[in-house]
Design a protein around this ligand. Structure first.
Ligand SMILES: Cc1cc2nc3c(=O)[nH]c(=O)nc-3n(C[C@H](O)[C@H](O)[C@H](O)COP(=O)(O)OP(=O)(O)OC[C@H]3O[C@@H](n4cnc5c(N)ncnc54)[C@H](O)[C@@H]3O)c2cc1C
Ligand code: SF4
Length: 553
């Protein structure tokens, strides 16, 4: 039985040493590490807590967890798990809930090519002190990326192998933050083994995915952090004694706004969330770098499909408990084709095979018929997606590079991305060409966008938004420095004492790999610096070991 991590909003105190806003990778690391220093830590998250077993598994439940925000147009609960920001140029999907994007992501955990950090866009101190390496090490110890040992036996992996003939490069098993055996994890939480149900992107109802909600956040709670959900931070303000964090109930438009004070604030509300909070704070007078909102990257992230090949793929999840009993599906991503370009980093790409969540199954025939691409889809409606033509549906995730020239602005008070001409970024043409070849290798048709007839249209979409509060050498080039401290815009190097941004927004360029491990590592590094700068100390000894040590005493 999983214990709830969050407390009732009425229990929030007036003041803490540290307030962490948001609870994804950046927020989870900050909450865990700072509560281990003995600081009184409060975490404020706008979404709900989802105990294991409560993630949407049927279409009506999934619909209830959908929030669509297109500037003037808005629908769904403000605490809905899937937060789609529909933009004029590009759409963005982010997670909303205790654990952030980790609740609905595929869990692929990769380190970027070394050339990424050699780019002068990063502050020079980042590579100099060796702490980034420590950050990656700590991130891996807590999140435990693992390659599924039997990946080559899965039908969808074999389908990827067939597609890989287009490139003459065989696939490899992808490292994912999933427990493939029963364990007590480093936060002391019991996790059962993955059932290979494929539903990672609608939330793991088994408890096998190593989300922030079963790793860093329970660790934070065990070290005294107080966690509050369904509260949205609007802005922060500098007071004589520190910071005032203004918030209100996420879903209560008329609810009276409240505030909490802290000497340290860690904004970890994600690329859109942290940028949004700082943009609103700047409107109220907080001095910040002019780079705020600039440098948005979609990380060359693409989801696309191929259909009509002769072999089965098994790329639709069955959920837990399973809705269909047949061959194992596998975790959302188990295999990838790595296509590095030794001469031009920007041309490097990684193709991953993916699984669509079972809750989407009833919609799939509709989407693929409306595109007019699948004559046999009616058969799938009858037989279900597990036996008909849709069992031959390939889902591809691709990650690569763009020029990070997007811009986040406030429209009607919420963050939206403006990036005229983004669809002409060379990455999209390169990926189209690669996926057309991959589809042809399995005798299938490449389907770029089955959602053309919906609100999404044919615009690019990303689940890897980065930037907006990018790191830089000084306030002229960045919003935060290498320690994730926020420049105050008064001089090139001066920072606001006690204000940090630790999440995807601090990444100043595309990184060419799925970003969770890098966000976690950069935050681990920032926490080491924060502790040193404030004469605080913490260890990263896993709770399981701590408890075992205590038992020995
Ligand atoms: C479908 C999908 C699949 C993905 N697959 C992968 C993958 O396989 N590998 C990978 O590396 N990455 C993947 N990603 C991306 C990855 O999950 C994100 O990059 C990552 O979660 C970002 O971490 P973060 O700490 O920056 O913020 P987030 O995880 O986005 O967390 C930010 C949190 O802040 C909260 N918040 C926002 N605004 C406020 C506010 N005003 N007040 C209070 N709280 C607020 C949000 O609700 C959220 O919980 C995927 C994403 C999606 C959506
Ligand atoms: S495949 Fe199923 S059990 Fe395994 S991590 Fe994903 S959602 Fe959880």
């Amino acid at each position: 039985m999983q214990h709830r991590l969050s407390s009732a909003p009425s229990e929030i105190k007036r003041a803490y040493d540290v307030v962490v806003v948001g609870s994804g990778y950046g927020g989870g690391v900050a909450a865990s590490r700072l509560s281990r220093t003995g600081q009184r830590v409060c975490v404020i998250e706008r979404g709900k807590e989802f105990p294991t077993g409560s993630f949407p598994s049927r279409l009506p439940e999934l619909r209830r967890e959908l929030q669509l925000n297109g500037g003037k147009m808005r629908s769904g609960s403000r605490a809905g798990l899937f937060d789609f920001r529909l933009g004029a140029d590009i759409h963005v999907l982010v997670g909303c809930g205790l654990g952030g994007g980790s609740l609905i992501n595929a869990g692929v955990a990769l380190r970027p090519d070394a050339r990424v950090f050699a780019d002068p866009v990063w502050p020079e101190e980042l590579a100099a002190d060796g702490l980034l390496e420590l950050g990656f090490k700590r991130a891996a110890s807590m999140l435990r990326p693992t390659r599924y040992p039997n990946a080559p036996e899965l039908t969808k992996y074999r389908a990827l192998e067939a597609a890989s003939q287009a490139f003459g490069v065989p696939p490899v098993a992808a490292p994912v933050v999933v427990s493939f055996e029963d364990i007590i994890n480093p936060a002391g939480v019991a996790q059962p083994a993955c059932t290979l149900c494929g539903d990672c992107c609608s939330g793991c109802n088994v408890g096998a995915k190593n989300t922030v909600a079963v790793t860093y956040l329970p660790d934070a709670k065990a070290h005294g952090a107080e966690i509050f959900t369904e509260l949205s931070v609007s802005h922060i303000a500098k007071e004589a004694s520190g910071w005032r964090i203004h918030f209100a109930a996420s879903n209560d438009k008329d609810g009276s706004p409240s505030f909490v004070d802290a000497s340290t604030v860690v904004l970890a509300a994600g690329t859109l969330g942290s940028t949004e909070i700082l943009l609103r704070s700047r409107e109220r007078g907080l001095s910040l770098s002019d780079r705020l909102g600039e440098g948005f990257s979609a990380n060359g992230d693409i989801i696309a499909f191929a259909l009509g090949g002769s072999e089965r793929v098994n790329g639709v999840g069955v959920g837990h408990p399973p809705k269909f009993v047949g061959d194992a599906i596998g975790a959302c991503v188990t295999g990838q084709i790595e296509l590095p370009d030794g001469r031009d980093l920007d041309r490097s790409m990684i193709l991953q095979e993916g699984v669509l969540p079972s809750a989407l199954a009833p919609l799939l025939p509709v989407f693929f018929i409306s595109g007019g691409r699948l004559l046999g889809a009616a058969q799938s409606l009858i037989k279900g997606v597990y036996q008909g033509p849709l069992s031959h549906l390939h889902t591809f995730f691709v990650v690569s590079h763009d020029d990070a020239e997007g811009c986040i602005r406030l429209d009607n008070g919420s963050a939206h991305v403006h990036w005229p001409g983004v669809a002409d970024q060379p990455v999209y043409a390169r990926v189209d060409a690669a996926l057309t070849k991959a589809a042809a290798a399995v005798g299938a048709r490449y389907i770029k966008s089955p959602l053309a007839a919906t609100n999404m249209g044919t615009k690019p979409a990303t689940a890897h938004p980065l930037g907006g509060c990018g790191m830089g050498q000084n306030a002229g080039t960045g919003v935060v420095n290498h320690k994730c401290q926020v420049f105050d815009g008064q001089s090139r190097d001066s920072v606001h004492l006690g204000l940090y941004v630790c999440d995807g927004s601090a990444i100043p360029c595309s990184i060419g790999v799925n970003p969770l491990l890098t966000i976690t590592a950069l935050t681990e590094r920032a926490m080491v610096h924060l502790a040193r700068d404030h004469n605080l100390g913490f260890d990263d000894v896993p709770r399981v070991r701590q408890e075992a040590d205590q038992a020995l005493i």
